[in-house]
Design a protein around this ligand. Structure first.
Ligand SMILES: [Zn+2]
Length: 262
């Protein structure tokens, strides 16, 4: 089967609790437990075309929630033999620090983002309201630079941004959160990113504790399951350490940090 090779890179990690990250978890009457929370970005390759979904961030500079570094984004890309300047497209699932921290590395790429994400964060930035938020002016500057250079593509609806690569704005966790559907070598993958951090959220349609619109988040979870059925697709939650139990490690020098999803 043709299609993208999809590799997940774990650049950081932390351990959290179900009760800490699942909205109103106590109301489900189920035991609490640890969750291995991976911090990932994804490298999609089809021949010479290289797409990144999200970019990671520099944990050694500042860990926001006690994240532990696993590998830096530049080092991981070197292991994967990817020159950031050869990346043609970067899809940003949303503008939180752990998803766009290294966006500035990809100076030649078209950046694909949700229009609602852009309006929300640039509004906050211009009004001086970024204190205590999950993005800094430094993060948004990389988006702004892409915009100034004519490389920013803002989407308002389901859009095939390249052959085999479709984004769908869903909001919820963040106003312009995007789902990404990739036609991979092993079939379609729904890359949920932070529309669904963990498998529990997909299986039970349980919201995450952090959201800008709870109803939108619930609708996004329902949509993920409907799309998975309609398109016979596999869903990849954005931060779940158990993804690494379900898919094989990539061979070669990146084996310790890279998982083959498709
Ligand atoms: Zn995240």
């Amino acid at each position: 089967m043709t299609g993208f090779e999809v590799v997940q890179v774990r650049y950081g990690e932390r351990v959290t609790r179900k009760s800490a990250v699942l909205h109103e978890y106590a109301s489900y009457g189920q035991p609490d437990g640890d969750l291995q929370m991976d911090y990932n970005f994804w490298v999609l390759r089809d021949g010479s075309r290289i797409v990144l979904l999200d970019t990671g961030y520099d944990i050694t500079e500042r860990d926001w929630l006690g994240e532990q570094p696993v590998i830096s984004t530049p080092d991981a890309l070197r292991l994967l033999d990817v020159d950031p300047l050869d990346v043609s497209t970067v899809v940003t699932s949303h503008f939180h620090y752990d998803h766009i921290g290294h966006l500035g590395l990809f100076a030649n790429a078209e950046v694909v983002s949700g229009v609602a994400e852009h309006e929300y964060w640039f509004g906050k930035w211009h009004r001086g309201e970024l204190d205590g938020e999950f993005a800094t002016a430094g993060h948004l500057e990389a988006v702004w630079r892409a915009e100034k250079e004519g490389r920013l593509r803002l989407v308002t609806e389901e859009t095939e941004v390249a052959p085999g690569l479709t984004v769908i704005p869903v909001g919820g966790h963040s106003p312009g959160e995007l789902l990404t559907i990739v036609e991979s070598r092993s079939g379609p993958l729904i890359m949920a990113a932070d529309a669904a951090h963990f498998y529990e959220q997909i299986e039970n349609e349980w919201p995450f504790f952090a959201f800008t619109d709870l109803d939108e988040m619930r609708r996004a979870l329902a949509l993920i399951n409907r799309l998975a059925e309609e398109r016979n697709a596999t869903v990849i939650p954005g931060h779940d350490g158990r993804v690494r139990d379900r898919f094989p490690a990539l061979g070669g020098p990146a084996a310790a940090v890279a998982t083959v999803l498709g």
